[in-house]
Design a protein around this ligand. Structure first.
Ligand code: CTP
Ligand code: MG
Length: 227
């Protein structure tokens, strides 16, 4: 089954400390967002790509899109104050479709097989999100003193893509804005309406380019793939 992908790309990348949107930083000669776009351009199951971008960055981004023939880009929506606002503005802009994927433009290393499993799971459950098991020991602490060692077997590190039936994510996004609810991912918007969300096991390589050290890892991943 095919899908439409919504890519929030309208942040500023403060934690990257690059004095510009981190998505424009290059990894092996190409901006981060372009690596992400190429994954979806090459995925035969992807019908359309929509991006949420800041007004002032739309032209530079669209120039790359045209130059690199990312023909699946169907449109842009205006980036908002928060990531959730950017995603909602894209969801409101896209034509109705079966399955919508929301994916951080800052995660260029997503595996197309994971995308396929997410889409299948969302068809059945309505909502499916990428995650990997926690590798480290996790403890809770108050003032630096341990209060609990959490059972790692129940913990997942959640990533994007997050895949949804179109009607469900639109309803959840609208309900969140009506209630003034701000979540850290789209799944939270669905969870709060008591719909089930399925985790699909992803890869540890699907990291988000967030802080300067992530760029070192990102470059190493790309180099390992071209060898
Ligand atoms: N994003 C967005 N609109 C915002 C904030 C973030 O579209 N108002 C996008 C980012 O461009 C990124 C994705 O959401 O592709 C994940 O967000 P994050 O990694 O937090 O990126 P930034 O918000 O840009 O970074 P920071 O939080 O360090 O400022
Ligand atoms: Mg952010």
């Amino acid at each position: 089954m095919n899908y439409t992908v919504v890519l929030p790309a309208g942040g500023s990348g403060k934690r990257m400390k690059a004095n510009k949107n981190k998505l424009l930083l290059e990894l092996l000669g190409k901006p981060i967002f372009l690596h992400t776009l190429e994954v979806f351009q090459q995925d035969p199951n992807c019908d359309a790509i929509w991006l949420a971008v800041k007004d002032e960055e739309r032209r530079v981004i669209d120039n790359y899109v045209k130059k690199h023939k990312i023909t699946k880009v169907h449109g842009y929506a205006e980036g908002g104050m928060e990531r959730q606002d950017s995603v909602r503005s894209c969801l409101e802009a896209i034509p109705p479709c079966g399955i919508v994927l929301v994916h951080d433009a800052a995660r260029p290393f997503i595996d197309p097989e994971v995308i396929a499993r997410l889409v299948e799971a969302a068809k059945t459950t309505g909502a499916a999100i990428a995650g990997v098991p926690v590798k480290d020991t996790i403890k809770k602490a108050t003032d630096g003193v341990i209060t609990e060692t959490v059972d790692r077997n129940q913990l997942w590190i959640i990533q994007t893509p997050q895949a949804f039936k179109y009607d469900l994510i639109l309803k959840a996004a609208k309900s969140a804005v009506e209630d003034g609810f701000l979540g850290t991912d789209e799944a939270m918007l669905v969870e709060r309406l008591n719909y089930p969300v399925q985790i699909v096991e992803s890869t540890y390589e699907n990291v988000k380019m967030t802080t300067p050290d992530d760029l070192i890892y990102g470059k190493a991943i790309l180099e390992s793939r071209i060898q």
